[in-house]
Design a protein around this ligand. Sequence first.
Ligand SMILES: C[S@@+](CC[C@H](N)C(=O)[O-])C[C@H]1O[C@@H](n2cnc3c(N)ncnc32)[C@H](O)[C@@H]1O
Length: 246
Amino acid sequence: MMPVEGDQQLRQLEHRQRVLFSQDLRGSRVLEIGCGQGDMTLVLANAVGENGSVLAIDSARGDYGAPRTLAESQRALRATPLGSRIEFRLETTMADLSDQPFDWVILAHCSWYMRPAEWDEVVRSLPRFGNRLVFAEWDLDDSPASRAVRLQARVAERVPEFQLNVRMARPFAEMGDSLVASGWELVHERALDTSALMDGRWEIENTRNEVPTWLNEDWVLRELAELEGVAEVRSLPAKVAEFRRT
Ligand SMILES: C[S@@+](CC[C@H](N)C(=O)[O-])C[C@H]1O[C@@H](n2cnc3c(N)ncnc32)[C@H](O)[C@@H]1O
């Protein structure tokens, strides 16, 4: 997700607000994995209230992210009235955390940024940190945006050292199945209205700009040609699911 100013920034926050559709987080200790610039973190800090707290971790360095870096954005959020409820930790994965119980663990729009092995490691580690989980992610359909993220994921698999945003584009149901297979029970799931969001357009632009043209292989060139001149960009669909462990 690219942080943007104005109307789109507000819509991004509203989208994260819809991710928390029924959970009462007041007074909770929350662990957010893959917090990025902190959009979801801010919504969580509001939801936990003055007696709650959010530990928001991200594996990236502070200088990652554009047009605003993670460090800049997180510093700005810490300076807001909700900032004292948030602890950000950069260059941090779950492997760096000591075992500690949280009331909720939140994964919002971060799993596609992980390589499959990193996702497997996250799924394995989750039970060390809590029994209630909210998982939100984009889904795949037949749109040009889905085509673009599939291409990013294929390129990331083909050239692992190349740093693209999306490294794994899997259908939402498949991600949920991997959680269920590791012992999580699905409490409920629902589709999110993404019609006001521009992430689909951004992913097409990212793909055009970042997929290396030196990767002169037929399938890459064919996919890039398909994305040329895409006029109307439907937003990527998204879903959210709540899981628990008993
Ligand atoms: C789309 S961005 C941030 C989304 C953010 N949760 C939100 O909803 O606003 C996804 C982030 O996941 C981070 N990430 C990827 N793999 C990670 C991992 N194994 N542990 C922690 N963070 C990770 C990336 O560095 C990136 O900043």
